[in-house]
Structures are given as structure tokens and as C-alpha cells.
Design a protein around this ligand. Structure first.
Ligand code: NDP
Ligand code: MG
Ligand code: MG
Length: 334
């Protein structure tokens, strides 16, 4: 079993004389910067001139500078801007990294696929909460924490690992628990998960189920409820109590039918091909090229998804559930 690190494993004093530059003030950035600040760590937020985030950071009482100014005074530079812009912003701050400084990430893509190549005399680490920024901030304010990961890619000082744990402590993650991973494992499992299961797999499963029912003459409203709306109830059960609790909560008919038929819809070879594309770097090369070409395929896929019939049916039916949004307001920052 992987070891789980908690507060008692961290040396918080390790950050007491250090300045942290948080580059970006979006989902992760606002949460890391405010939690560090509340933990008594010296923080400066690095934002480009004219940044729309500047006012938010200043309103939250934080010091703001440009990314290169922030990196110049910092001992730890944390890359919390979108992954696709990190390589170009890195170019503007690279000369500010002094020997013994730390370059820290919350996702391994740019290091693992060689889009950022830091000098050998800096520590390169990752601290990644397993949750969106608003949760990282909200749990911290309640005295709790979001579980997270840490990893060391390059340890120039011999202290990379304990410093990353101290940082995970300062943003609240070790209150819940932190596990050690590698840049490779985090990057490849993250990409595989979002492509095959979480984002790609699930939406395609929903669309295929919906289309199968509608093409067979069933009403689009019934198909929507069956294939999309009820998914939340099932996922909540899985999240709370695993497969056993979910199977216990549905009818025996659902359990028998699901257990005997479910595997027919999953193509394991296709999943392995997706993992191959992640491991070989083929997906990364495709996505980097797509960005360099201003995302033509991305825009096309996005448009097709937005124009799918299930979206129009869903917009209409979700109004029947307006009460559910009042019960738990969706945070605007993610
Ligand atoms: P966001 O998209 O929320 O970052 C937005 C911030 O980046 C804004 O402050 C924006 O400032 C700034 N920014 C955008 N473009 C540029 C640019 N060209 N130059 C300078 N600043 C720019 O990022 P996330 O928080 O979602 O992701 C940050 C990192 O955390 C990524 O590596 C991601 O993979 C990782 N991560 C994200 C999680 C999440 O839940 N979102 C979970 C775990 C890890 P401006 O106002 O100037 O546009
Ligand atoms: Mg420095
Ligand atoms: Mg992901």
C-alpha cells in the first residue's frame, strides 16, 4: 500500500524563511495563494500586465507583481497557469531561477513531455490537490483539507521532498492526506482517466445510450432522464460507498442486468490504445500541434458537442430541477 502523509509528517518551519511566487490566480492559484498566506507564508502572486485576475488577488489582500518580478524574489515558483501557456511563460521567468530555488507544478504534463526543461541546479516538484481550487480553499477555511499528491522530478538540494510536503501542509492537503507519485505516473494516469473514463468515456457512453433509445423510437425526454440525469444518483452512490453500496441500493433486477451486460459496452482494446497514445507521447504531440495551429479540431469537436440534441433536451428538462441549484450554489471560479 502507498504511504499516506499527514500533518505530523511535515516540517512547516521549512517554508518560514521562503517566499513563494504563485503564477496565476485562477482555480488553483487563488486557493494556493490564500491558503499559503493564511498559513503565514510570504506569498507574491505573479500575473501578466493587464491581467483580469489582478483585481481579485489584490481584493484578497495579496501582493501582485509580474511573473518575472515574482520569480526573481521567490525561492519557490509555482506554475498555476493553464498547462498550454506554461512553456511560453516559463521562458520569461527561467533566468530568475537561482541555484537551489524550486520550480513547482500541479500537473506533470510540461515536464514529462519535455515542454519545460529546467536547469539542473533547481528542485522540480509537484503538489497537486485532488480537487478544484474552490474546494481547496473552502476546506482549508473550515480547518479541513483536500487530499493531494506530491512528486519530485529533480532534487538538487536534497530537500525537495520535505519542502513539497511542507507546501502540501501549508495549503491544507496533509490535513486530509497526501500520497507520493511521480511526474510520469501523475501525467499518464491523469490523461488516461480524463480521456477513457471521466470526460471522454462518460460523455460518449451517455450519447451512445441516448441515441440508441431515441433511434429506436423512445422519447428524447425519457432517454435523457435514463442516460444522463440518473447517472448522478449512481455516481453519488459509488462515491459514497463503492460498487458494493451502489449494487445494494439499486433493485436486484438492475444489479443482475448490469452485472451480466455492462462489460459488453466497454472496449478494453480501445482503452489500451488510448493508454498507448498517452505513454508514447503521441497524444501530447497532437495536442501541442493543435495548440500551435490555434485549435481547429478542438473548436470543431466542441461545436459538435454543443449542438448535440441531448443538450437542447437537457436545457429544457434541467429547468424542472431549478430548486437543486438553489440548494447548493455552483462556485463560479471553476
Ligand atoms: P486556470 O485556467 O484557472 O488559470 C487561470 C489563471 O492563469 C488566471 O489567473 C490567468 O490570468 C492566468 N493566465 C492565463 N493565461 C496566462 C498567460 N498567457 N500568462 C500569464 N497568466 C495567464 O488554471 P487551473 O488552476 O485550472 O490550472 C493550473 C494548474 O493546476 C494546471 O497545471 C492544471 O493542470 C493544474 N490542476 C488544476 C486543477 C483544477 O481543478 N483546475 C486540479 C489539479 C491540478 P489572466 O487573468 O491574466 O488571464
Ligand atoms: Mg529566485
Ligand atoms: Mg486532468
Amino acid at each position: 500500500m502507498t504511504e499516506i502523509y499527514t500533518d505530523s509528517d511535515t516540517e512547516r518551519a521549512q517554508l518560514s524563511n521562503k517566499t513563494v511566487a504563485v503564477l496565476g490566480y485562477g482555480s488553483q492559484g487563488h486557493a494556493h495563494a490564500q491558503n499559503l498566506d493564511d498559513s503565514g507564508i510570504d506569498v507574491v502572486v505573479g500575473l501578466r500586465p493587464g491581467s483580469r485576475s489582478r483585481e481579485h488577488a489584490q481584493d484578497d489582500g495579496l501582493r501582485v507583481a509580474t511573473p518575472s518580478e515574482a520569480a526573481a524574489e521567490a525561492d519557490i515558483v509555482v506554475m498555476l497557469i493553464p498547462d498550454t501557456v506554461q512553456p511560453s511563460v516559463y521562458e520569461t521567468i527561467a533566468s530568475e531561477l537561482d541555484p537551489g530555488d524550486t520550480l513547482q507544478f500541479a500537473h506533470g504534463f510540461n515536464i514529462h513531455y519535455g515542454q519545460i526543461e529546467p536547469p539542473e541546479d533547481v528542485d522540480v516538484t509537484m503538489v497537486a490537490p485532488k480537487g478544484p481550487g474552490h474546494l481547496v480553499r473552502r476546506t482549508y477555511e473550515r480547518g479541513e483539507g483536500t487530499p493531494g499528491l506530491f512528486a519530485v522530478y529533480q532534487d538538487a538540494t536534497g530537500e525537495a521532498s520535505s519542502e513539497a510536503l511542507a507546501y502540501a501542509g501549508a495549503i491544507g492537503c496533509t490535513r486530509a492526506g497526501v500520497i507520493e507519485t511521480t511526474f510520469r505516473e501523475e501525467t499518464e494516469t491523469d490523461l488516461f482517466g480524463e480521456q477513457a473514463v471521466l470526460c471522454g468515456g462518460v460523455t460518449d457512453l451517455i450519447k451512445a445510450g441516448y441515441e440508441t433509445l431515441v433511434d429506436a423510437g423512445y422519447s428524447s425526454e425519457m432517454a435523457y432522464f435514463e442516460c444522463l440525469n440518473e447517472l448522478k444518483l449512481i455516481v453519488d452512490l459509488l462515491y459514497e460507498g463503492g460498487h458494493t453500496e451502489m449494487w445494494n441500493s439499486v433493485s436486484d433486477t438492475a444489479e443482475y442486468g448490469g452485472l451480466t451486460r455492462g462489460e459488453d459496452v466497454v472496449d478494453r482494446e480501445a482503452m489500451e490504445a488510448i493508454l498507448d497514445g498517452v505513454q508514447s507521447g503521441e497524444f501530447a504531440r497532437e495536442w501541442i500541434a493543435e495548440n500551435q495551429a490555434s485549435r481547429p479540431a478542438y473548436r470543431q469537436h466542441r461545436r459538435a458537442e454543443q449542438n448535440h440534441e441531448i443538450e437542447e433536451v437537457g436545457d429544457r428538462l434541467r429547468e424542472l430541477f431549478a430548486w437543486s441549484e438553489q440548494a447548493e450554489p455552483a462556485p463560479a471560479d471553476d
